[in-house]
Ligand binder design. Structure first.
Ligand SMILES: [Zn+2]
Length: 298
């Protein structure tokens, strides 16, 4: 077995993959999650994905191969180093191409593609409009509010907790291991991405994180190697919720003072979070999103 480990020290936040090019770490790496028998994290550049190996086959998640089919073939080669079992499932974390494009080689070996029902609806609409990337494989089955996958003694629950970073985000929970895999909607020690795109409302977003906090788990695998590549804790999820609530309260006040949107974007500071990744860069855009809610109703 050749399981590589991430050079954790080299990593900084990577919502934007290319930023990682400067860190000097290997292009990809696979590691087993400490304290588990069969759960792995596959990272390629600034994206990562969870897979679970069982005696009856492998449950893989996001192929992370938009514009780089080699990320998917490398993923399969990395799995092959651990097991000869085929991949039986590929589960999409949400509808965004940077995470889910590239599932064809998995499908070719017989994997079923699973996604939230809103992801499939979105892909169908995009396809009709001619905007679906060729490398996106349609889901074979969908999840509404919850689905449980069992394979070779492993149970994986797929939960929908409402609209947040997308309208199709699944929380994948391994109850025995008390692990969850969530992608993009709970950054660890980082502010939200840009102007918090593609969500229903910031308050719905907060509600979805509350639902995740209420679940039974101890460690969270994220879709990008935040905070040195470590796993998240429940405290990280609570801290992120607190960040959004603090931001919301500050923007609500600014809106009442007539400062939304431009003045609020430059005046509001949240020093409690100034050490977080992308604070300087994205805080003004995070403020903008909450201004839309508190001052314009959208
Ligand atoms: Zn996303």
């Amino acid at each position: 077995m050749h399981i590589r480990t991430i050079a954790a020290a080299a990593l900084s936040l990577a919502l934007a993959g290319p930023a990682l090019a400067q860190t000097g770490q290997p292009t990809f790496a696979t590691r087993k999650v400490d304290g588990t028998d069969n759960v792995y994290i596959y990272r390629y550049m600034g994206h990562q994905s969870m897979f679970v190996v069982t005696p009856k086959g492998v449950i893989a998640t996001d192929p992370i191969a938009r514009y780089r089919p080699e990320a998917a073939t490398t993923y399969l080669a990395e799995i092959k180093k651990v097991t000869d079992q085929p991949v039986k499932y590929v589960i999409y974390s949400h509808a965004h191409y940077d995470h889910i494009a590239g599932a064809k080689p998995f499908k070719d070996q017989g994997a079923r593609i699973v996604a939230h029902k809103n992801a499939k609806t979105r892909f169908e609409a995009l396809k009709k409009a001619g905007a679906l990337l060729d490398s996106v494989v349609m889901p074979d089955e969908t999840v509404d509010t919850k689905k449980t996958i069992t394979l070779g003694g492993t149970t994986l629950e797929l939960h929908y907790v409402g609209r947040n970073h997308s309208d199709s985000s699944l929380v994948m929970r391994l109850p025995k291991e008390k692990l969850i895999f969530t992608v993009d909607f709970i950054p660890i020690e980082g502010v939200q991405f840009r102007n918090i795109p593609d969500n229903g409302s910031p308050l719905e977003y907060e509600e979805s994180i509350k639902k995740v906090v209420a679940m039974d788990w101890e460690r969270m695998i994220p879709g990008h190697p935040y905070a040195g590549g470590r796993l998240g804790t429940k405290k990280d999820a609570q801290d992120h919720l607190a960040y959004m609530q603090d931001l919301s309260a500050a923007v609500k006040k600014a809106a009442a003072d007539g400062k939304c949107t431009d003045n609020a974007m430059t005046e509001i500071k949240l020093p409690k979070y100034e050490k977080w990744a992308n604070y300087e860069r994205f805080l003004p855009m995070n403020i903008e999103r909450y201004c839309y809610w508190w001052s314009n109703g959208y």
